[in-house]
Ligand binder design. Sequence first.
Ligand SMILES: Nc1nc2c(ncn2[C@@H]2O[C@H](COP(=O)(O)OP(=O)(O)OP(=O)(O)O)[C@@H](O)[C@H]2O)c(=O)[nH]1
Ligand SMILES: [Mg+2]
Ligand SMILES: [Zn+2]
Length: 369
Amino acid sequence: MTNHIELQSKKFFDPTRLGELGWNTYFDLQLADIDVANSHIARIISIQRGQFLVTDGHNEQLCSAAGRLLHTKDRDYPITGDWVLIEGTIITGVIPRKNILSRGEAGSRSNRTRTAKREQPIAANLDTVFIVCGLDRDFNIRRLERYLTLVHNYGLPPVVVLTKADLHENPESFQQDVESIAFGVSVVLTSMEDGRGKAELESYLEYGQTVAMIGSSGAGKSTLANMLHGSDIQATGAVSDSVGKGRHTTTVREIIRMPQGGLLMDNPGIREIAFHEEGSGIENTFADIEELATMCRFANCSHQQEPDCAVLHAVKTSKLPHERLASFRKMQSEMDYLSTRRTKSADRVEKERWRGVSQRIKNMKKGKN
Ligand SMILES: Nc1nc2c(ncn2[C@@H]2O[C@H](COP(=O)(O)OP(=O)(O)OP(=O)(O)O)[C@@H](O)[C@H]2O)c(=O)[nH]1
Ligand SMILES: [Mg+2]
Ligand SMILES: [Zn+2]
């Protein structure tokens, strides 16, 4: 049986070509439970107006998704970076993802809780996420904390890329500021003027690696893609108005094959980072506060007014910036809300299940079926 599958799948995909697109043994294992006969394996490299651009390493083609996939409420809808099964020009299935990066949909955020009601997937099957931030008015430590939490929530490894280093005499001071809040995360300075940072970032773009870039509009993501690629493959643009809410130059998520052997995904700028899911983001992003908290008198200390609170003590003695604690608290309350919402909806499902069961029991007692 295994042989049969192997023979069949060999016919339908060329492992060397797919390897160049990021295919690896993880995905091989996912195929074990899937009927791949008659289908072809490809990766989604961009989505435009409901059409999916896929490639198998030989050919690119536009596909549409089978109705079944569009109707599944949650996670089966194909997104950029997905490995999919195609028959003709129809996507018939999504191969189980290794991971996903997603955020709360802009505009679906509740004013009260700041958390988003709907999810906006960014990409699937990533190895690294570049959090791109310009060393101009884009630079904002508190926003970087939000990006780090978002990426850590999905268990993905972030790298902070500080672009436009040429605008400063001493950009290293910004790098140090970020390093002091991003524990164990590499912080790389880049500039389109002199190409600095290129070699370091190239190490994330080796054969089969997929990197996604996220950041505000005008942060310099597409400029960075061009610098790393060594040619102008992506359009770039000046920030168009003074409030920074100008047009996005990049409008679609798009995966670019890089000369280094990996894949780089350019994304339209993000205006606001809303969370949709909780994870281990807070622990990772605020490792310093988590560590201090172990020394608070109370294990469940909220670091608001409790006696012998090590976190408040660190703020008082200027070891921990007050703004960082405020940022931590705000995100913590957003995560708490998300986790309550999840528990509540799980409870609701459970209640409905029991309602069904008790109805069936009543019916049985009445002699119905
Ligand atoms: N001085 C300087 N300017 C830069 C650098 N990188 C990008 N820029 C400028 O910043 C502006 C925005 O760059 P883009 O690369 O288009 O930004 P983006 O992040 O792709 O923006 P969206 O596609 O809208 O999300 C352009 O005017 C670039 O020329 C840099 O290293 N130094
Ligand atoms: Mg762009
Ligand atoms: Zn405390």
